[in-house]
Design a protein around this ligand. Sequence first.
Ligand code: KG4
Ligand code: ZN
Length: 333
Amino acid sequence: MSVILAIESSCDDTSVAICNNGKITANVIANQTIHQNYGGVIPELASRVHQQNIVPAVQQALIDAKVTKQDISAVAFTRGPGLLGSLLVGVSFAKSFALALNIPLISVNHMHAHILAHFIDDPKPNFPFLCLTVSGGHTQIVLVKDYFDMEIVGATLDDAAGEAFDKTAKLLALPYPGGPLIDKHAKLGNPLAFKFAEPQIADLNFSFSGFKTSILYFIRKQEKENPNFIAENLDDICASVQHSIVQILLNKLKKAAKQYNITEVAIAGGVSANSGLRNGLQQTADELGWKIYIPAFQYCTDNAGMIAIAGYQKYLKQDFVGQDVSPMARMEF
Ligand code: KG4
Ligand code: ZN
């Protein structure tokens, strides 16, 4: 019997979840809207808002899961990677909570947790599988051999896929975070209206910085001819950009699947909420006979449910850390 309380505070969302014997019974996510005024996450503000949100989020999670503090067996927390000030709030809270209740502490790597989110609901992937983890800070193809035996076989050399979405959105004067808005407009546009060059990177790595610059130059050029170009073509621009990013991601994923001879393929991270990526993955799966795994929306973007399920797996192994643990902004995979 185990009840794990999990805390996620690596970026701008304060999230608290509870995992009761392997089932997620609460997943509270307090979003921070203040960053929309600045066009990106302001680390200093993020830590302050985590401070305000964390206790109410824990209280809500206990109510949702219908448990009391005394029922908790262990506290799991995101140790990194992430914004140091944000992580500090979650780590400090987790340590104090564990100390007060005299229960063990479990350290979780945020990037492992995005992948382990696939073990929350059925169907669950079989090892080994490939996972494309695409978020605001990372773009990785991971060979997952076991719960904590994972190898990065491809990664971005510069910007992450989420940044490619968010930075394009900024060029189009859409508010932060722009990824979901590009997705929304893309549904109404023609994905083949405009063409953007696919980066020519060998092996399984990615590069999005040149791609982003090519969009910038394209828009500047078009605006010289028609100052209303963006407003008149917003849906088509979004659909074309999204289509290009999805093709870049899927082409590398196909290459990896072939190289490792694997047909179980998963996606994870905030960008896995993208409808173009979800549809494109389904199409590829139909063509190549892959078995695919796509997390529920609430477990795609940052959430403590994924920290709780990762914590549960560590709890089963009695893999605990001491009270001297500290956050790591650049935590090793
Ligand atoms: O995993 P996540 O919540 O946070 C990080 O760890 O980075 O990912 C956030 C990223 C942002 O770049 C956001 O724009 C992107 O995921 N995102 C999307 C969608 N939903 C979230 N990008 C494209 N389409 C979406 N529907
Ligand atoms: Zn994340």
